[in-house]
Design a protein. Structure first.
Length: 339
């Protein structure tokens, strides 16, 4: 039984050829929003299934598959940030109520990695494999990354680590060197568009373009009502003005800052690409505004804004003050683009 996305079929076949000499750690990497974690979960289930099907897929019907679906398999552990969990774990001295009210961590902490020690110290169920799925690997904080590295340097027997990363350049080189890297590239545009249309997404081509060709990201954005937020931000970029920048920053101060920075990066890419080669990649529905800006914007100003956006992206996950961060970003943009 396969739950793979259609664009992963060839990669799955390639992965099956590794099973005879399975490495102790595989790092699945590629663009965000393309289904890498689902792919890794499918492989984890297949490794634990007691009645695998042709093609290396899990049967979905055995006892092991039932445990896996409930995240109750004795030989499977999933390590991810608290922000991705349905319920926050309680910490020493913390009540259940306070655990629910505190902000969930976006990092993978050292305690989560250390907890794998007890898991790996007992015998596996029915002398099978033990599987650890960790994602996103770039969420490992420095202490957790070093703890994981020690385990990867001396891997326990019958244990497979499956790591998933949206950006392997953010991982320790020593971790990279101890994993077999497995690339999952962006799907072809036709495949991604066909899948989105099958999901009933209206204006699928626009959504796909705005998410850089990542179909799951496009589907998620089309479902959660984020278009209104995105449009308000893009309209501020379309009509750069200092006073409007301040008002927009006030309204959007609770918006996800990394998303705002990403949207501005893609907007600047389109303005620059339109100016230099007459092409739009991300926001074709804003063609008129992009053409107007590209006509009078100076190339050095665009390059300077793009560099500043890249620098902001590195700290956008933890801005000291979201409103001031957004104000600074929009005011700098307005100053350069409305001159």
């Amino acid at each position: 039984m396969s739950g793979l996305f259609p664009w992963h079929a060839a990669a799955w076949q390639q992965l099956q050829r590794m099973r005879e000499r399975l490495p102790h750690a595989i790092l699945f990497h590629g663009p965000q929003g393309t289904g890498k974690t689902v792919f890794a979960e499918q492989f984890a289930q297949a490794l634990l299934c007691t009645a695998p099907q042709p093609g290396g897929f899990a049967c979905g019907a055995c006892e092991a598959c039932g445990w896996f679906r409930q995240y109750a398999h004795p030989d499977y552990r999933r390590v991810r940030p608290e922000a991705l969990e349905d319920e926050l774990p309680e910490e020493d001295g913390e009540t259940k109520k306070s655990a629910k009210t505190r902000t969930p961590s976006k990092e993978i902490k050292i305690d989560q990695v250390r907890a794998l020690g007890d898991f790996m110290s007992v015998s596996t169920h029915r002398q099978g494999l033990r599987v650890v799925l960790l994602y996103p690997a770039e969420a490992l904080n420095p202490a957790a990354a070093n703890a994981l590295l020690k385990t990867l340097e001396e891997p326990p027997p019958a244990t497979v680590f499956l790591l998933v990363s949206n950006g392997i350049e953010r991982l320790l080189p020593t971790i990279l060197s101890r994993c077999r890297k497995f690339a999952l590239p962006m799907p072809e545009a036709g495949q991604a568009l066909a899948w989105l249309e099958q999901q009933g997404v209206a204006d699928a081509a626009d959504w796909l373009a705005e998410q850089g060709g990542a179909p799951l990201a496009a589907h998620a954005l089309s479902q959660d009502g984020a278009r209104a937020l995105q449009d308000e931000f893009l309209q501020a970029l379309a009509k750069p003005d200092a006073e409007a920048a301040l008002k927009t920053a006030e309204r959007l101060q609770k918006a996800p800052v990394p998303e705002l920075v990403l949207w501005q990066q893609r907007w600047l890419y389109d303005v620059l690409a339109l100016k230099l080669c007459g092409r739009i990649r991300y926001y074709p529905r804003y063609r008129n505004a992009l053409q107007r800006l590209a006509a009078h914007a100076a190339t050095p100003d665009l390059l300077r804004l793009a560099k500043a956006a890249n620098e902001r992206r590195a700290v956008a996950e933890h801005p000291l003050a979201a409103r001031l961060f957004i104000e600074d970003m929009l005011l700098e943009y307005a100053s350069a683009m409305s001159a």
